[in-house]
Design a binder for this molecule. Structure first.
Ligand code: SF4
Length: 218
């Protein structure tokens, strides 16, 4: 499997620091991580603005609000009733148990996984985003973009999630900020170049991508 450090350097050279996750507080990241499920970031931004207008972008605020009031403000993010009820239930659990999310920073990663992993609405990808972006734990997020890009780069070797995580962490775990930006760069690459039908000619990884090399060989 190709070295993630090499891939990151190429991506960072091309995209620079993408400043992901774009939020002012950890409460906002957590709420955003639920809102972003099955929708585009543009729709999440609209929902976040609506919540912000009414001071509902904090976990204590959400815990006190009723589900209908939350639903109304997050309509743009889709599945709004389900998301509103999940956000409220997660916020309530955190506020009841810890008061605020930053009081959870001292928990071990295992405890955080135990807490968040058991909550409705938090699948593997959301859990990993929370661990990395809220709690600064060394985690490699494997989403659809990452899976597709790493599979093509290592073609024909199969890119299994556990292997991607293990290798990326062994290459990059020394820097949380690199892990954060690596994920952001892979998402950007997936949107701009490595789509279902890839545009390899302009892709910054084409010199190290087996798929592109095979495609361009006579
Ligand atoms: S070179 Fe092509 S296949 Fe490889 S990562 Fe870039 S867009 Fe995807």
């Amino acid at each position: 499997m190709k070295d993630h450090f090499l891939l990151y350097n190429k991506l960072n050279e091309y995209f620079g620091d993408l400043h992901w996750w774009p939020a002012e507080t950890n409460d906002e990241i957590l709420i955003g991580s639920i809102l972003t499920q099955n929708t585009s970031w543009k729709n999440v931004e609209k929902a976040i603005l609506e919540l912000k207008k009414d001071n509902l972008l904090s976990l204590p605020g959400i815990a006190e609000a009723d589900v209908d009031a939350i639903s109304l403000r997050i309509r743009s993010a889709g599945f709004f009733r389900q998301k509103a009820s999940r956000i409220k239930s997660i916020a309530t659990r955190i506020v009841d148990q810890y008061g605020r999310i930053d009081a959870m920073q001292s928990l071990t990663t295992q405890d955080l996984v135990g807490f968040f992993g058991g909550l409705k609405g938090i699948g593997q990808e959301t859990l990993d985003s929370i661990l990395l972006y809220v709690f600064n734990r060394p985690v490699m997020i494997v989403d659809t973009y990452t899976r597709r890009i790493i599979s093509r780069i290592n073609y024909p070797e199969e890119a299994v999630d556990e292997k991607i995580m293990e290798n990326a962490l062994s290459d990059l775990r020394h820097s949380i900020s690199v892990l954060k930006n690596y994920h952001a760069c892979l998402v950007e690459l997936g949107k701009r170049f490595c789509r279902k039908s890839p545009d390899c000619t302009e892709c910054p990884l084409n010199s190290v991508c087996n798929y592109a090399i095979v495609l361009s060989s006579p």
